[in-house]
Design a protein. Structure first.
Lengths: 460, 460
């Protein structure tokens, strides 16, 4: 395999206690998947809004490299963004950079320490300033609209700290803005101050933006090989584009199985990689999945898991709880850092001799297999995805693969996988509470609702 | 309020589109909750297995302090454990210690750097050794049985590294074992080597063990005031014990609402604190909830969320997805680190003037209120928990509160909230794959099952 192997014998057929997915049902979706794929390809050609991510593997990366390398002049980089303007960066760092990257001395690292300010919790934002010297720090601020409240609040805070440290005239020289080509406050700020800026291509939504400047610039700064990342994404794109028969196409199968199991009442989608390096991949996927598919009263709920840890936390529920989940276990076959579990010359530990001289990575794979077998034995559907190794190229491929799967699933569910109307109501209420002009009525409405909640309360 | 306020007007009554919980149904559970509470109190008195956590607030802490302070002799501490032997430690660190604790220079910290080896991913385990000098490192190894495969594999690895660095005779002097009083390999190891050891009290299960030595020793090492932590837990215990009428007892109400909404088809339980410092509290709760309640085909699935971040990731699904969730939002009212969002003298940012001079913590509270209002408006049930401030005392109280709620809910569901039979199957399969004596048949069974999964696969 070049990228991945999808094993799906545990998700079709009549072995389940609950409702099963018949292999015939799968094949019956051929036409609908063909149509969905065509709709996607056509969307790119027509330059429709939301489809832009399909072109990202083939983008020009000159400016990304230029600014990514420029960040190397600083000791620290703080990315200010939320949701799709942070989760992808964290995912790339988690998968491809040392887990204790910021603790490694600067001389030994490939680039500046990297922090993400993605919440308006003053505790979190202030804590970053406890450990970075702001005068040696660059800010990447990311918001497509330039008006995301949480991002802009943090930007105002960090930019002001910069101004205090290096002076108002020098501060913009520490800032890279990533935003819309022409609209919004951040674009205007870049024009006014002359700070560096990059564009989020029109047609690329936040949760599909990791392979744009949003995710790539900080990756370059941390020494991640983004050319291979994009190459992997492009290869997967081409491979998927060349397979127009469902049983030939793992993305079509995965999409169809998610759709069918959901239709049969399994409203929970557990993604459980057996790799520390994919922990944040699951966070990223959870946004992709929830925002793309959770609408019109539909949408399965993504549940983030991590093997083997969640064997000691969630697997009790997975095996003996209700049959309301579709499980996907991801195994990474090869590791760069093998550990042979040493035998210890302690008679008291002889009960553990079965561990001696075994590869820890092999043990992790066995745990994954054991969990898949245990879940399957308990009568629940389980999918298995094998990845040969985790590299920029294979990760780029996986990113594109899952984006494609989710978009296709949205089409099967007959919803628009590229909008997110449901986040607007909360935004309007927040604007109202914050006293933004034009939102007084929203404030009243939110206060009324909150008052209704408060009709009943009890203290301890 | 001393500890918390539960606001539940948004979870009862007839405003929902889906099935509603009538206030009368709540009150009807009075007798069952009384019985459940009695069952708990009796379980303590009789010293029954699983009930030991109820006594932890009143334990002797002499040895915990002794060993916690001893850890202060080291530059680093690595806790080796999994599930309940790690999640509680991470939760306490996240809530009560600086978020970049390990990055703060040793002289400025209150104690050694703290790492957790809780997975058998060689990448993760090896990475810890890249950043710690093992010769200046103490190991805390935690397993009640002394046979948890993942924990023991990591222990063998780290202990061997210690032996290489400081010699076989000195290595045990870097080790603290926390295990059963008399049984198991770790207890035998402690006796043989003379290394330090503490006991997990009999009757305390892993997921209920954070307030035992398991969670407390590393907390002491990081400077957390565990006396206040335990005091808070004890205060909540007494308060709950003095309220035997449902509408008077927030734990009873919370338990009853979880039970009733689950019975009406809401199989997902979203816990969404608006505080960076409670991110790992939710992880800890997810284990408590899943392992305690996921059995006999029952159990709602805990979903971990974090405000305001997940407004830009999950709230689309929460408001416009299916009505299959009960939401609980947690607000922490006071922060130690207030930030006033500065106004910036940039005409280009004038659209953001509504943010100027506002408290960031107030903004976070508004976001929480806006999200609660938006979810409620979308017709879904939402609970609201207010905590005045996050301190060792209030956190101790919250820990005890949620343990009590989950145990009570188990009783309502008529299952045993203190066992976890469903994790054994996977363990046996892993033993089989690893070639442990006596598990050959389990290996064959697991291989057969895995072979069935593999009947269908497709590569990319």
């Amino acid at each position: 395999m070049d990228f991945l192997k999808l094993v799906y014998g545990g998700s079709t057929g009549a072995v389940f206690k609950g409702p099963a997915v018949d292999p015939v049902e799968l094949e019956k979706l051929q036409n609908r998947l063909e149509e969905a794929d065509k709709w996607l390809r056509q969307g790119i050609d027509e330059g429709n809004d939301g489809f832009g991510w399909l072109k990202l593997p083939y983008q020009q990366t000159e400016h990304v490299f230029e600014y990514g390398n420029w960040l190397g002049n600083f000791e620290n980089v703080v990315q200010i963004g939320i949701g799709g303007s942070a989760l992808g960066n964290l995912m790339l760092r988690n998968a491809l950079v040392h887990p204790y990257y910021n603790e490694i001395p600067l001389q030994k690292r490939k680039g500046p320490a990297f922090y993400v300010a993605d919440n308006v919790d003053p505790h979190g934002s202030k804590s970053i300033l406890d450990v970075v010297d702001i005068s040696r720090t660059a800010l990447i601020v990311v918001s497509k609209s330039g008006s995301t409240a949480e991002t802009m609040a943090n930007f105002l805070y960090f930019f002001h700290q910069l101004e205090l440290a290096v002076g108002a005239s020098m501060a913009p020289d520490h800032v890279l803005v990533i935003t819309d080509e022409s609209r919004g406050s951040l674009r205007a700020f870049a024009k006014d101050t002359g700070c560096r800026s990059l564009t989020i291509p029109s047609g690329v939504g936040g949760r599909y933006s990791v392979l744009s400047a949003v995710g790539l610039v900080s990756a370059v700064a941390m020494g991640i090989d983004i050319e291979n990342l994009l190459e992997g994404a492009g290869e997967v794109d081409e491979k998927l584009n060349s397979r127009k028969v469902i049983l030939d196409n793992p993305a079509w199968i995965l999409s169809a199985l998610h759709y069918l199991h959901y239709r049969k009442g399994r409203n929970i989608d557990v993604l459980m990689p057996y790799s520390d390096r994919l922990e944040d991949f699951v966070e990223w996927y959870a946004q992709l999945c929830a925002e793309s598919l959770g609408k019109q009263g539909q949408g399965f709920t993504p549940v983030r898991a991590l093997g083997s840890i969640d064997q000691h936390s969630q697997v009790q529920l997975y095996t003996e709880g209700p049959d309301d989940k579709l499980f996907t276990i991801i195994e990474v076959k090869r590791t760069d850092n093998p550990i042979s579990i040493p035998g210890v010359n302690q008679p008291s530990l002889k009960e553990l001799s079965y561990l001696y001289e075994k590869e820890m990575g092999q043990m992790l794979s066995y745990e994954a297999m054991a969990t898949a077998a245990a879940i399957y034995r308990s009568g629940k559907p389980v999918l298995w995805i094998e990845v040969e190794e985790l590299s920029p190229r294979t990760l780029g491929g996986m990113i594109f693969f899952f984006e494609y799967v989710v978009a296709l699933t949205g089409r099967l569910l007959e919803i628009d996988p590229f909008d997110q109307p449901g986040v607007e109501q909360g935004k309007r209420y927040t604007y109202g509470f914050m006293g933004r002009k034009g939102y007084a009525e929203h404030r009243r409405e939110a206060e009324d609702l909150f008052h209704m909640l408060n009709r009943k309360s009890i203290e301890l």
